[in-house]
Design a protein around this ligand. Structure first.
Ligand SMILES: [Mg+2]
Length: 304
């Protein structure tokens, strides 16, 4: 048979399945931040050394976060502040949302600086950003006088009734509605606070239009990861997270392995779905397993 001829699905010597790695071959480790690397910017024990160890062994570490409020520079600086170099290695839900915006479009940002930065980098024009000093009269002027193509909603602490009105009116006038993420809450040392999903829910309710959501576990974030590391590396990657409903489902969206850690919002022993490929106390334990040559089962039936 000709070498290029299809072989009816039978494995040929040396042939690899998509995402398959040889023992010891480096992979990409995709790390959630809150509950995996840190808690409120305080490093989780062993996480800094774990990331350094993975990188020293040739693995690439990227940080995949639904935090859309802070700019990339702020998030990179926060990681540098605990000893993790991260320039160019932070992927946010704001960046994923920006993939859904076309260059030249006019965007109403109902979100934070991270969204403004991502949308601007995309080549779109930010027509207005939420600010606490807005009045109802300004709301009317903005929406009547300025055509808005897209409303992007993300977490921001200055969200108010004027901002809600601006966003809803733009959608009523035909703007597309995009949410950076739909997390209902955000963890803090004093307990959870309302997350970007809570703000998005208000805009959806007022406008009557369901949003397209960009962040984990949704498809635009997976597309962002693939655009950075390529499709084969994305399938071979390991997603490390503390919330299966976000990080585990995102691993499924990406088609990669999910390593679940007990260092975040999910107490140890809690049944989680989807079922992880690996459950560990923390990132340090995951890194030890990866450095030991662990290769998750990537066969088509492994996740059935
Ligand atoms: Mg988390």
């Amino acid at each position: 048979m000709d070498a290029d001829e299809p072989h009816n699905g039978e494995r040929q010597p040396g042939e690899r399945q998509p995402g398959e790695r040889q023992p010891g071959e480096p992979c990409v480790v995709l790390c959630d931040l809150d509950g995996v690397v840190w808690l409120a910017h305080h490093p989780i024990a062993g996480s800094v050394a774990a990331i350094a160890g993975l990188r020293a062994a040739g693995h690439r570490v990227l940080f995949v976060t639904n935090n859309s409020g802070d700019t990339i520079a702020v998030q990179e600086a926060a990681l540098a502040g605990i000893g993790i170099p991260a320039v160019g290695d932070v992927l946010t839900s704001a960046m994923a949302a920006a993939l859904l915006v076309q260059p030249g479009e006019r965007v109403l940002v109902c979100g934070g600086d991270g969204v403004r930065q991502a949308v601007t980098s995309r080549g779109a024009t930010v027509v207005t950003v939420d600010d606490a000093g807005s009045t109802a009269d300004v709301v009317v002027d903005v929406v009547v006088d300025v055509v808005v193509d897209v409303v992007v909603v993300g977490f921001h602490r200055t969200f108010d009734y004027a901002g809600l009105t601006r966003a809803a009116r733009a959608v009523w006038h035909g703007a597309r509605l995009i949410g950076t993420n739909d997390d209902a809450t955000y963890p803090t040392p004093r307990g959870p606070i309302p997350g970007g999903g809570a703000i998005l829910a208000a805009v959806q309710t007022a406008s009557g239009v369901p949003a397209v959501v960009a962040g984990k576990p949704h498809a635009p974030m997976a597309q962002l990861v693939r655009s950075v590391i390529g499709e084969a590396a994305a399938i071979a990657a390991v997603m490390v997270g503390d919330r299966a409903s976000t990080d585990g489902l995102f691993a499924r969206t990406l088609g990669c392995a999910y390593a679940h850690v007990n260092s975040g919002v999910t107490p140890a022993g809690t049944p989680v779905s989807p079922v992880p490929d690996l459950i560990a106390d923390d990132l340090a334990a995951v890194a030890a397993v990866v450095l030991g040559g662990w290769r998750p089962d990537r066969s088509p039936t492994a996740h059935s």
